[in-house]
Ligand binder design. Structure first.
Ligand code: EPZ
Length: 417
């Protein structure tokens, strides 16, 4: 069991380089399967979710070797069209391998993906799109069997919701389809842009990445490349939250500030001074935070759902009342009841959470339930009087590389045991 021990109320100071983006590395690892070649990924974060993707690649017959933060992947040897349930259940983005396997082997057998339990998290948008591209899909006993014996064909796909994973799955599948695929209402997250940058450098022809309409002209061959993964904007937001709750001044190195355009104003409204210079972001937090306007999570470029939990930790200590509206996932407030154990005043009802700021938080023993919820509890405990223990049950390592070491290097009294 992974337990985080935190002795709160230390001020933080210093600087830290933000890790590579988990939600960029994962779809790119799936996309390597479509290239049937060797790629080198730089700035790849060392996370348990990345390890799960590497295990899937190796199970499929590919090779993947880490050297520091560089990962060399060779998918020439792909020889297996199915991913076992145990590997599928380890993370949500296992489903994004579906399109990639189909483009190579014309068949694919998967089960339903795992990942943080934030609600139903269906995959209907993924499967509907691939069937529009010519795949026959059947589901029985929890197994999804896909076949496209003549290969996939380009199609016009109008997504009912700008799903990140579905957009990624379709883009990867479309790179090797016959003809052109046009996705409307596509997800616009920076991680989609990074995936498309990787695929275009592999010889794909993708236009409109990061916009609502993405056009992919299929090609019959892709090749490997070298690609540097973008920094993780949610890790940046989490570290900013840690500075905010401890009244600290820290500098984050290697940040793409435009990826945080919906997040930075919230910290400024809370009373933090944010300065950006050449990829470095410095945050100076006030002694007492102010409550901020209602935070509504929406698809990018709106406020990211993944930053809702870390910012709720900030709101618990802000003078006044802050309201959150979680519009993306139907069950993403599990951290609220644990924050109350620290003395926070949080009430939730459906999509809405109301946080009434308090002057102090007090240590407790907490239980994490998902990746960003654990990060929220860790951030809040940095500001709690006394020693807090958090049973993270391995969630933090899924998305934060050396979370305790990074914060300890900034002066926090925190240790993962
Ligand atoms: C990605 O998940 C991220 N994960 C999530 O980050 C992130 O919260 C989410 O996008 C939204 O930004 C990875 O990239 C690995 P979605 P994904 O498909 O692709 C519904 C983290 O903490 N939906 O955009 O699963 C779904 O139920 C994780 O790093 C369907 O209804 O998100 C949800 O309500 C958590 N049918 C909404 O869309 C589908 O076929 C958003 O899901 C697909 C999705």
């Amino acid at each position: 069991m992974a337990e985080l021990l935190v002795e709160g109320c230390n001020r933080l100071k210093g600087e830290v380089t933000v890790q590579g983006a988990k939600n960029s590395a994962l779809p790119i690892l799936a996309a390597t399967v479509a290239t049937a070649d060797e790629s080198v990924l730089y700035n790849c974060p060392r996370l348990s979710d990345v390890d799960s993707a590497v295990k899937i690649l190796r199970y499929l017959g590919c090779s993947a070797t880490f050297s520091g933060h560089s990962l060399v992947v060779d998918t020439k040897g792909l020889c297996c069209d199915h991913i076992p349930d145990a590997l599928m259940r380890q993370m949500r983005s296992s489903i994004v391998f579906l399109g990639a396997i189909l483009t190579r082997l014309k068949t694919a057998k998967l089960t339903f993906p795992g990942g943080c339990e934030l609600g139903a998290r269906p995959i209907d948008l993924h499967l509907d799109a691939l069937s529009r591209m010519g795949a026959t899909i059947s589901e029985k006993h929890g197994e999804i069997v896909c076949a496209a014996p003549k290969g996939l064909v380009g199609a016009n796909i109008a997504l009912a919701f700008p799903s990140v994973g579905a957009t990624e799955n379709i883009i990867i599948a479309a790179t090797r389809a016959k003809g052109t695929t046009v996705i409307t209402n596509a997800a616009r997250e920076p991680e989609i842009e990074d995936l498309c940058a990787y695929l275009n450098s592999c010889g794909a022809s993708i236009r409109g990445a990061g916009e609502g309409t993405v056009v992919i002209d299929g090609t019959d061959k892709l090749h490997g490349t070298a690609h540097t993964i973008i920094p993780d904007r949610i890790v940046a937001a989490t570290l900013m939250s840690a500075a905010a709750v401890t009244g600290s001044d820290i500098t984050l190195r290697g940040v793409i500030s435009s990826h945080l355009s919906a997040v930075i104003p919230v910290f400024e409204e809370a009373g933090c001074d944010i300065r950006i210079k050449d990829g470095d972001l410095t945050i100076n937090a006030p002694g007492r935070l102010r409550a901020f306007s209602t935070v509504r999570t929406t698809p990018y470029p709106g406020f990211p759902t993944d930053a809702q939990a870390p910012l709720m930790a900030v709101a618990t200590l802000a003078q006044g009342t802050t309201v959150f509206v979680e519009n993306i996932f139907e069950n993403r407030y599990k951290h609220a009841s644990e924050l109350v154990r620290l003395g926070a005043k949080v009430r939730t009802e459906g999509k809405v959470a109301v946080v009434e700021g308090v002057r102090e938080l007090y240590s407790s023993s907490l239980q994490g339930s998902d990746l960003r919820g654990c990060a929220c509890l860790a951030v809040a405990s940095l500001a709690a009087q006394g020693k807090t223990t958090i049973d993270t049950t391995g969630y933090l390592e899924r998305g934060y590389e050396n979370f305790d070491v990074v914060l300890r290097n900034l002066g926090a009294n925190i240790k993962m045991i």
